[in-house]
Design a protein around this ligand. Structure first.
Ligand SMILES: Cc1cc2nc3c(=O)[nH]c(=O)nc-3n(C[C@H](O)[C@H](O)[C@H](O)COP(=O)(O)OP(=O)(O)OC[C@H]3O[C@@H](n4cnc5c(N)ncnc54)[C@H](O)[C@@H]3O)c2cc1C
Length: 399
């Protein structure tokens, strides 16, 4: 039987980050990935300044990916464009196609010293209540800490109780790569009024994220709190949105079959004796904007830091840090998801948000979580006052 200090299940952004930081901290790390190197993942590929800051911290050079300077939001006939703020995070974003981006992160982990094993983990190994390792078809590997980074709804996470809280919101989204004459545009575009084939507004949002090299990532997503969510047909919605932006983006034909997946926003258990869940396995997708790459990278680092601080109590330490650093923001964002599930309220909020460049910038800072922790400013204060207000309304929102 083999042994290591840290066994990581899954080499997406979260798992590769955890493996990189743990190996750099001196731990003996095994990183298991069931997909082939260069495997694709359904994603918008969008990196906001928060993700770029974390990649800078890891020393990952993303200079080869298409740079993004800001966000363009469209709702009906109103369009607003804002640059990324020059605050606590670098005023840079990027669109990084996941097949290449994830391969780069796996390589970073391997260079840091993690032992990358391209094989599937069948299940975690338990000794009583404690997770003591992982089982693959090649045998068992014992580890002080098992890091579950196997993504949304994965069997490894489910086996340990890291499952979606049924009463909380979640998202579904689909994306396609499409040739475009504007693939070099430096703004990510989001549309909050996606029209169905009959011209009616359908619940959800659409995006066009320019990836450079003649291609854009086009997608649509919806929150489970939206009216008619159960009738949602993502493929039809994507067709409708692609038709809506075909002319303005000079789109060609879709390059491969569009891919859909879920966006988990709240799971019940994120750690237990001998294990921690990170990234999507821990439900860390921002309900405000559907971003999960940065929280995957950050929670991967947190897990490694907790292991380094106390190898045998890393799980409890990690739970406390998640709670302190993320839970208030995520609870507010989930409550907001209930608010925007009501079309009338959504219309009022959109009109307010897009009314001026100033309000748009404020909303961007809040929704992309670009608030400076030390000097929270208006965005930070709005977030905490809004958060308290939404917490009081919680029972009403859920009903
Ligand atoms: C359509 C769509 C658009 C999105 N757009 C954006 C966006 O623009 N920006 C953004 O920040 N986020 C976006 N997200 C969210 C983002 O994709 C996820 O939050 C992110 O991929 C989470 O990373 P992760 O490492 O936790 O999980 P994943 O990226 O899912 O990686 C999990 C890895 O674990 C591996 N694995 C699973 N089970 C096992 C096993 N048993 N053994 C070994 N390996 C295993 C998988 O093969 C995979 O490589 C989007 C999501 C969707 C669905």
């Amino acid at each position: 039987m083999e042994r290591c200090d840290v066994a990581v299940i899954g080499a997406g952004p979260a798992g590769s980050a955890a493996a990189t930081w743990a190996a750099r901290g001196g731990a003996d790390v095994m990183l298991f990935e069931k997909g082939e190197r260069g495997r694709d993942k359904s994603c918008g590929d969008g990196l906001t300044p928060r993700a770029v800051a974390e990649l800078d911290r890891m020393g990952v050079d993303i200079g080869t990916f298409h740079r993004i300077d800001g966000l363009r939001v469209q709702a009906g006939r109103t369009v607003r464009e804002v640059d990324w703020p020059d605050g606590p995070f670098p005023p840079r974003g990027a669109v990084a196609p996941r097949a290449e981006f994830d391969a780069l992160l796996m390589e970073t982990a391997a260079k840091a010293g993690a032992d990358l094993r391209e094989r599937s983990v069948a299940e975690p190994v338990l000794d009583g209540e404690r997770v003591v390792g992982v089982r693959t078809k090649h045998g068992e590997v014992r580890a002080d800490l098992v890091v579950v980074a196997s993504g949304a709804g994965s069997p490894a996470a489910k086996a340990l109780g890291a499952v979606r809280v049924p009463t909380s919101p979640f998202g579904l989204a689909i994306r396609a790569y499409v040739p475009s004459t504007r693939a070099d545009d430096r703004y990510m575009e989001a549309c909050l009024t996606v029209q169905g084939p009959d011209g009616d507004i359908v619940p959800g949002y659409g995006w066009v994220f320019p990836a450079g090299d003649g291609v854009v990532n086009v997608g649509v997503g919806a929150l489970s709190t939206m009216r008619n969510f159960s009738d949602l047909n993502l493929n039809r919605m994507l067709d409708a949105y692609t038709a809506q932006v075909r002319e303005s983006w000079g789109l060609g034909e879709v390059l491969a079959r569009p891919r859909a997946w879920r966006l988990p926003m709240h799971v019940g258990r994120r750690h237990g004796p001998g294990w921690v869940a990170i990234g999507d396995a821990a439900g860390l997708v921002n309900p405000f904007n559907g971003e999960g790459i940065d929280y995957g990278l950050e929670s991967g680092r947190l897990a490694a830091e907790c292991h380094q601080a106390s190898p045998h109590h890393a799980d409890a330490l990690y739970g406390a840090r998640l709670e302190a650093e993320y839970d208030a923001f995520f609870a507010t964002a989930r409550r907001f998801a209930w608010v925007i599930g009501r079309p009338q309220l959504l219309r009022v909020l959109l009109a307010m948000a897009l009314s001026t460049g100033f309000t748009m910038r404020l909303v961007l800072d809040i929704m992309a979580n670009l608030v400076d922790e030390e000097h929270p400013g208006l965005a930070g204060r709005s977030l905490s006052i809004g958060g308290r207000g939404l917490a009081l309304l919680d029972p009403v929102l859920r009903s």
